[in-house]
Design a protein around this ligand. Sequence first.
Ligand code: PLP
Length: 397
Amino acid sequence: MTNVTPLVDRSHLMRTYPDPPVTFVRGQGCRLMDTSGRWYLDFLSGLGVCSLGHAHPRVTQAVSNQASQLVHVSNLFGNLVAPEVAATLDRLITAGAAGVEGRIFFANSGAEANECAIKLARRWGAPERHVVLSAYGSFHGRTLATLAATGQPSKQEPFQPLPQGFRHVAFDDLAALEAAMDPDVVAAVILEPLQGEGGVVCASEGYLAAVRQLCDDRGILMILDEVQSGLARTGEWFGFQHSRIIPDIVTMAKALGNGFPIGACWARDEVAQAFRQGDHASTFGGQPLATAAARETLAVMEEVKAPERAASAGALLRDSLKGLPYVTLVRGEGLLLAMVLERDRAREVTAAALARGLVVNAVTPDAVRLAPPLIVSDAEIAEAIDLLRDSIGEAFS
Ligand SMILES: Cc1ncc(COP(=O)(O)O)c(C=O)c1O
């Protein structure tokens, strides 16, 4: 272990990200180590990605085994892993939805999973119906189509003109959505069950079920973007399962490979059939290495009952956060939470927390996001709360 922080030359990287306050070199469970050998408690898990914690031995072993056996064969040929992971995901998505079966397309990221969903909806609705409705405050990715779906004009402005056929309505406003659902042109509605990047904002109870009903009534597809909320984070395998509905298309990514890049788009059989051979493809999508990471991640998640753990640890974290000074509200579900502060001090709290060895993120000017690994212990939650109390104290002093 060294006490000297090496200077990292970042001059050859594009300047799309702010200069990082810390550079990490190692991770173990809920802990991260920086270049000076200092350990941090990670309450962000790489933005909801490393749900089983860093360097999970089972996932590490599975990736290593697969890497020594077969990494890539292209989609001109079969591999044994992708069909297995597709079957597991289909089982988890359709649990509780009798008679529903679906199919998976594997991609490499959340944006690509959503790109697949958007293309599928357009193919399904073609030639007349091509419009995709989404919500203000949403985040669906940074490719041109997913940026067009993202309901954040400030992110879109520098890249105009964006692809056509995207319209936005207020989130959690059923009347606004209903008014925009013109069945002559609208193919699909895409929503996050809980807006993550928008500030960890939940819809009111009954909203998703009502959207499902409207989509059924008008023959419009319901796409749920579970890239951040999916795979046990909110206390169910998927966020929509809190509402006891089944969407037509579901996208996921972040936690699927516990850090290994992989995304997926699931669609009900009848909808998936709209894609003909050659309509969509991805060189790396569904290849053995990434899907081996996903297979083991899902196996461990099932064994440790990750949704239950997210629900119980989430309840403890939520209650503890509510007791902190200057916290006016705690939003979110399971282990995807945001503590809302009395004033716009989220950046100051986040910086003070990092200085104390706790990783969190200022998701909006007044809200700090917490998304620890789902394996977080009660003792680690208590430790984080102590660090947050001190950090808030400093930021509000
Ligand atoms: C809900 C949601 N959809 C899509 C994305 C884009 O995922 P990726 O960055 O893997 O392309 C994100 C990323 O934060 C997300 O939170």
